[in-house]
Design a protein around this ligand. Sequence first.
Ligand code: MN
Ligand code: MN
Length: 457
Amino acid sequence: MKTAWSQYKGAKMQALMDLSDDYKAFLSASKTEREAVRNSISLAKKAGFKDLKKAESVKPGDKLYYDNRGKSLVLFVVGKEKLEKGMNILGAHIDSPRLDLKQNPLYEDGGLALFDTHYYGGIKKYQWVAQPMALHGVVCRKDGSKVEIVIGEKDSDPVVGISDLLIHLAADQMAKTGAKVIEGEDLNVCVGSIPVSGKKEEKDPVKANILKLLKKEYDIEEDDFVSAELEIVPAGKARDYGLDRSMVIGYGHDDRICAYTSLRAILEMSKPSRTSCCILSDKEEVGSQGNTGMQSRSFENTIAELMAKKGEYSELSLRRCLTNSYMLSSDVSAAFDPNYPSASSPNNNNAYFGRGIVFNKYTGARGKGGSNDANPEYIAKIRKVMDDNKVAFQTSELGKVDQGGGGTIAYILANLDVEVIDAGIALHNMHACYEIASKVDIYEAYRAYVAFLKDIK
Ligand code: MN
Ligand code: MN
């Protein structure tokens, strides 16, 4: 089987490995949408990007970012052409499946303090137990101040986690179907076991001790959980995978892997003819709703701001900009897995590790339902640019017909009249605590994004 690896030796191989190392560092430090936005802005600033909100005027060559509530981000490198001629847009999402704390999370049971959670995104719940987990997020106090929390990532930090039943007592559990082995309300995170010391008799002394600790370390009261976004995520860093170090294992590849490679591509754009744009969106895993999700008018508002500051805004110009834009809507794909061949699409219609970026004409479920079905005229344009730039690409279904399915943000931009195709990087273990991707696919995706921003017109 021919793969993209054959092109890589010497300095080219080194560049490929270096990008993977940079990506591993980004992924390890970006376990929430907020952390991904913060780290992306920091990389963008180093590359000369400025805050669009603070810009008084905008001219060709400017590099700008727009931070939407700290949870989604849009970047632009302003082109020589007028914005109504359209943009080349890269889009990916930076939220990942996880366990969110409920609004009243902390309780005590059986001499243990626990956090009650509500899972976010589609998960096989049994994969999320008996693992070291970390706590990331923000707590917003009534006085307007905000506490950032990361516990469980440093070697000296404690971790938390969800227990599973021992095999010795699991006769009833093991007879259940996979969907019921661990249920949503079983995802309770153990956070402590020492009762508070003192003269006062406490009803829940272990819980009281955790509250005392949170007050001391973070100045948080129990009521403050009501206005918090705290996420339980797998603890630890992304690492090389495989004896040959050809792959990366880590939490949150979906979809920070396409987000990071898209970001890297726009960071190196300089004075393009068409404006380059990169969207890093939130809330994809729960349907893209809300004012930080792709369905929000926020993206259109941001383009309107950009046009206004460039002296080109009118409602019609904004509509023309969208109509004349091209987009790669990037999200992860399912790589062929020799452990589960029957779930794959047959006849060379499934993605494989090592064959480069994946283009999906459509995604969806039950007869392409909910999918953007890319126009073949546009796919032909993309093929030409990829071939001209010697980018390795493959095409894929999301597995076998009627085995399941899924959606992306592609249709949302297509509904705004943008020309869109789904693209991305193939994974094993999608939505498990630790997902896996091929380094050569990461590198080819990055090269595909650079080619797309430069050459699509
Ligand atoms: Mn995704
Ligand atoms: Mn997903």
